[in-house]
Design a binder for this molecule. Structure first.
Ligand SMILES: Cc1cc2nc3c(=O)[nH]c(=O)nc-3n(C[C@H](O)[C@H](O)[C@H](O)COP(=O)(O)O)c2cc1C
Length: 201
């Protein structure tokens, strides 16, 4: 390869990288396409917020729906109903270590949507196992689509959630995620508004 062809090849590489980064951003900006919020949230006894009637992540999911006009699908299991915090964290740890996939109720047709927000609490460093049941069932349904992960947490931020979503949905364009403390969701709606605004909605 002579110097001219090396420069040409480098330019082509730089250009294609710039174009694909641009295309990725455009997908997020496709606010006219149909969006869906898929989430799991646990109401009841929880860390930092006491016994709550509506889960922290559900509050964020509702804000997203209100701000974007997205549809919603809530991943529901009754496996943890009425559990106190300590037994719940022990059960969740065991489920994660065994890779258990708890059942959830109903389902959703993802074919209708271009952008899917996926959110849940951080449980032991990633999403609750029941969300992985959803991911496994729908692993081929989000190819070429945009996924925007979000979490509520008490210190771990996004933890491994974005990486785990990328692994679960090969072929999807997984965007930078958003996280917010669970104990802040009731008073800091503006943080969610700012994030959603930044996505182009
Ligand atoms: C089983 C369990 C495990 C948790 N593990 C973590 C964790 O690893 N990191 C963290 O920051 N918060 C952890 N938390 C706190 C939750 O992520 C946080 O309270 C979240 O906002 C709960 O959301 P929800 O009300 O929608 O379920 C855990 C909570 C529970 C119940």
């Amino acid at each position: 390869m002579n110097i001219k062809s090396i420069i040409t090849a480098t330019m082509a590489l730089l250009l294609s990288t710039a174009c694909s980064a641009g295309a990725k951003q455009e997908t997020v900006m496709n606010k006219d396409g149909k969006a869906l919020v898929v989430f799991f949230s646990h109401a009841g006894d929880n860390y930092a917020v006491g016994n709550i009637e509506v889960g922290n992540t559900k509050i964020v999911a509702d804000y997203i729906t209100e701000l974007t006009g997205a549809a919603q699908f809530e991943i529901v299991t009754h496996k943890y109903d009425g559990m106190a915090y300590t037994p719940l964290i022990n059960l969740a740890k065991e489920e994660a270590s065994k890779g258990e996939l708890p059942e959830y109720e109903g389902d959703v047709d993802l074919a209708k949507y271009d952008t899917v927000f996926i959110g849940g609490p951080v449980w032991w460093g990633t999403y609750p196992q029941v969300m992985f049941t959803f991911f496994k069932k729908h692993k081929d349904d989000l190819k070429g689509k945009t996924i925007i992960p979000f979490t509520t947490h008490e210190g771990s931020g996004l933890a491994n959630c974005v990486e785990d979503v990328k692994k679960a949905f090969p072929g999807a364009s997984v965007q930078k995620g958003f996280s917010i403390y669970g104990h802040e969701v009731r008073t800091e709606k503006k943080k969610v508004e700012k994030w959603i605004e930044g996505l182009g909605y």
